[in-house]
Design a protein around this ligand. Structure first.
Ligand SMILES: Cc1cc2nc3c(=O)[nH]c(=O)nc-3n(C[C@H](O)[C@H](O)[C@H](O)COP(=O)(O)O)c2cc1C
Length: 418
């Protein structure tokens, strides 16, 4: 029995039941999403730091223009006036999504991971623009993430594609799902799929800073399945977090999952956006190097490699150009931490910022090495080269391993010679 014995049915279409999860910032690249789409699965791009990503890959200059416009606020802890131009956000979003969607060649689909918690100093307005521009640009599906997304559907309910675009929600508890569904039922727009993300996932976790250890994906997944049954709702459920082999995936498919969402295995693929030397850090990681901490300014715990350069940052907040994590009113806990450290510094000594990191800068520079719990097992999935480095597999190799392997075996990529 392997994953290929199953198919994911979504809105009248059929897919290989493998979804590559969204990995911001530009870790799940256009190329990675297209690789899944080409093979009949579903790939995600992410709109985290969208204007920055657009500049980076499409040679626009949104960030430098914003930085210039708000230059007088650098050095000022009050960032309340540092706002995104909504038309520019829409333009960047459309450019990036059209660039990706226009390269589709397969029978799969490309979805957007859209995080509510990315508040951009005007949470509702920027989220509305991001979602609507994505729909205008022809995205196949929207995966609502990082937040309860209570009012998110309201922001797009009058969009012509509201009933045709696929809409999914990522939740980590039945409680969060029930809250989301209440509004969805009222709008007569149930989600097309539900992603149940457990505590072993990469990125931010939907659990408390300590209690994530007390949960496990299988239990939450089973609770969600029985809740939906009780409510007589027939919505595909897709588990995520720690599904490392094709056989792990088959276990869930046999328990009633419609598909699986995976990410960590793909972080080291040639197509993933992390620089090659960072991929080597992921491959060399030991279990004790993978930590969950509260360094993120979002208030959610985040998993990352302890070696992440961002954990040693003491840089001035970069909100004039970036500022994606500013809460409404221009607040960010890194700004507070930085200015406290500045005030407490002994004359001539370096600044030491404790507890928080500038996540915008860290993610933009690939200095925050967020990862899933199973990262320490990545070395089981590829070959060591003669020069001591690890071979980076193609996304297709990893996808096919998930799709066709059995008995917990992992097929290594064809060895490369250097
Ligand atoms: C490097 C990395 C970055 C991630 N970034 C995001 C993100 O920006 N938004 C999100 O909703 N999930 C994010 N995730 C979670 C994945 O989309 C996915 O649901 C989860 O990691 C699957 O578990 P696995 O990594 O054990 O396969 C990220 C995961 C990884 C590994």
């Amino acid at each position: 029995m392997n994953v290929d014995n199953f198919r994911l049915q979504l809105g009248g279409k059929e897919y290989v039941p493998i979804i590559i999860g969204g990995m911001g910032v530009n870790i799940s690249t256009t190329e990675l999403a297209l690789a899944a789409e080409k093979l009949g699965g579903i790939g995600h791009i992410s709109d985290a730091l969208i204007t920055y990503v657009c500049d980076r890959i499409l040679n626009t200059n949104f960030v430098s223009r914003k930085r210039k416009k708000y230059a007088q606020y650098s050095g000022n802890p009050d960032k309340s006036e540092v706002l995104f131009d909504l038309e520019e956000v829409a333009e960047a979003q459309k450019k990036y999504i059209e660039h990706t969607i226009s390269q589709k060649t397969g029978k799969g689909a490309i979805f957007l991971n859209c995080m509510e918690k990315l508040t951009m100093n005007s949470g509702i307005e920027t989220l509305r623009v991001r979602l609507r521009a994505a729909m205008d640009a022809g995205i196949d599906g929207l995966t609502l993430a990082a937040g309860l997304n209570l009012r998110t559907l309201d922001l797009i309910q009058d969009h012509p594609r509201f009933r045709d675009v696929k809409i999914g929600i990522i939740i980590s508890s039945v409680r969060a799902l029930a809250i989301f569904l209440k509004r969805a039922v009222r709008l007569e727009r149930l989600p097309d799929y539900i992603i149940v993300e457990g505590p072993l996932a990469g990125g931010h976790l939907g659990f408390g800073p300590e209690d994530w250890k007390t949960f496990d994906l299988k239990t939450i997944f089973t609770e969600v399945i029985s809740f939906l049954k009780k409510e007589q709702l027939n919505i595909p459920v897709i588990p995520a977090g720690g599904i490392f082999t094709g056989t792990d995936a088959v276990d869930y498919l046999q328990m009633g999952a419609a598909g699986v969402q995976v990410a960590t295995r793909f972080t080291i693929s040639k197509e993933a956006g992390l620089p090659s030397e960072v991929k080597q850090h992921y491959l060399n990681a030991r279990e004790e190097d993978i930590v969950v901490n509260m360094a993120s300014t979002t208030g959610y715990p985040m998993r990352m490699l302890i070696q992440s350069p961002t954990l040693r940052y003491a840089i001035r907040p970069n909100c004039e150009g970036l500022g994606y994590l500013l809460e409404n009113g221009g607040k960010c806990t890194y700004i507070d931490a930085y200015y406290n450290a500045l005030a407490e510094r002994n004359p001539g000594a370096p600044i030491v910022v404790k507890e928080k990191t500038c996540l915008c800068t860290g993610m933009a520079n690939y200095d925050c090495w967020t990862c899933g719990h199973t990262t320490y097992r990545l070395k089981e999935t590829t070959n060591r080269l003669a020069n001591g480095k690890w071979q980076l597999p193609k996304a297709e190799d990893i996808f096919h391993d998930y799709q066709f392997s059995s008995d917990h075996s992992i097929r290594l990529p064809e060895p490369e010679t250097i």
